[in-house]
Design a protein around this ligand. Structure first.
Ligand code: NAD
Ligand code: TYD
Length: 344
């Protein structure tokens, strides 16, 4: 099969490319990526010369470019990871989120309609469900939980999900959608909580925790997410949504402390700063459906996954130090310079 993977130079997309080439050497992977600030071609270095892999630098909003690629490659499956993915950036500038996450999704699906595919899979997020209260641990997101978004990012992802469902109902496009909780693991851009805190701790810089750090996320090791998507796109039911999560809820402050413990750094590096606007309190996924229908279960326990991840950042300093030497410096100054310290 020919499989187009968009956003394959980013965090989850690159892990997915590696997973597919390893698990399904009989398939061909065509990676489409615009190489935004979040995309990194060096991540894909180990597979660039693999005959089962092709990299194409292309914007998913570029209709002519996408149609030409579909004509050339005649893909069987399209998996769409390409997105603007950082909530804080979406609060500063929503427009690019609407363009890539919504318009880009529609261009890809138009190409699927025009050239024909067996499956279009949309990689979505649990953030489309909004948030849950901190004092109701009994509540979880189910596939039929109403969409109720908070940030421009989650709203753009929810809009894309609605379009995907509309293309299924209106045009009969064979689609599926997965909504996953927070991922962690190798190759995550150091603007997200875990790699940012690792990088700052290693440089003995302050660790900026938003508010009191009591917000809860449900963390899943990235390879478990890749395995779930692989199962859904090959065996999942057309037209269905699948939640993916590891029943692994953690408060931000506890994650930050765990990272400091592992690195042998003091808690005095923690700095509580102005909270994120509209900050979602808690995400928690019920993954019963994917377990019952496709037999998926997470394989990496958080206690092991976080150690592996921290060790990966220690062993691959060049990868992230290259990133934080560049434009990232300006991003960090702009994003964190205006935050006020509210305690340590
Ligand atoms: P990321 O920001 O690390 O990577 C995004 C990739 O998409 C980058 O390589 C970037 O260059 C590429 N890209 C951006 N705009 C593009 C465009 N217009 N055309 C082509 N390529 C473009 O993101 P990630 O964390 O790997 O997330 C991947 C997907 O998974 C996203 O759709 C995100 O919404 C979803 N998701 C992420 C998480 C998480 O915890 N990171 C959880 C659930 C779902
Ligand atoms: P993030 O990694 O941006 O993922 P998301 O917002 O998509 O869940 O943030 C995870 C949590 O960590 C979120 O509650 C915000 C918090 N956070 C901080 O406290 N400080 C930071 O510098 C960052 C980037 C995030």
């Amino acid at each position: 099969m020919n499989i187009i993977v968009t956003g394959g130079a980013g965090f989850i997309g690159s892990n997915f490319v590696f997973y597919e080439l390893k698990q399904h050497p009989e398939d061909r992977i065509i990676c489409v990526d615009k190489l935004t600030y979040a995309g990194n071609l060096s991540t894909l270095e180990p597979v660039l010369h693999n005959p089962a892999f092709r990299f194409v630098k292309l914007d998913i909003c570029d209709r002519d470019g996408i149609y030409k690629l579909f004509e050339e490659e005649k893909p069987d499956i399209v998996v769409n990871f390409a997105a603007e993915s950082h909530v804080d950036r979406s609060i500063e500038n929503p427009t690019i989120f609407l363009e890539t996450n919504i318009i880009g999704t529609s261009v890809l699906m138009d190409a699927c309609r025009k050239y024909g595919i067996t499956r279009y899979h949309q990689v979505s997020t649990d953030e489309v469900y909004g948030d849950l209260p901190l004092d109701r641990p009994d509540l979880l997101f189910h596939e039929d939980t109403p969409i109720h978004t908070s940030s421009p990012y989650s709203t753009s992802k929810a809009s894309a999900d609605l379009l995907v469902q509309a293309y299924h109902r209106t045009y009969g496009l064979p689609v599926s959608i997965s909504r996953c909780s927070n991922n962690y693991g190798p190759y995550q851009f150091p603007e997200k909580l875990i790699p940012l805190m690792i990088a700052n701790a290693l440089a003995d810089k302050k660790l900026p925790v938003y508010g009191e750090g009591l917000n809860v996320r449900d963390w899943l090791y990235v390879e478990d997410h890749c395995k779930a998507i692989d199962l859904i796109m090959r065996k999942g039911t057309v037209g269905e949504i699948y939640n993916i999560g590891g029943h692994n809820e953690m408060r931000n402050i506890d994650i930050v402390k765990l990272i400091l413990d592992y690195l042998g750094k003091p808690y005095s590096l923690i700095e509580h700063v102005t909270d994120r606007k509209g900050h979602d309190r808690r995400y928690a996924i019920d993954p019963t459906k994917i377990h019952n229908e496709l037999g998926w279960l997470p394989e990496t326990m958080f206690k092991d996954g976080i150690k592996k991840t921290i060790q990966w950042y220690l062993d691959n300093k060049e990868w992230w130090e290259n990133i934080i030497r560049g434009d990232y410096q300006n991003y960090y100054k702009e994003m964190y310079g205006k935050k006020e310290v509210i305690g340590s």
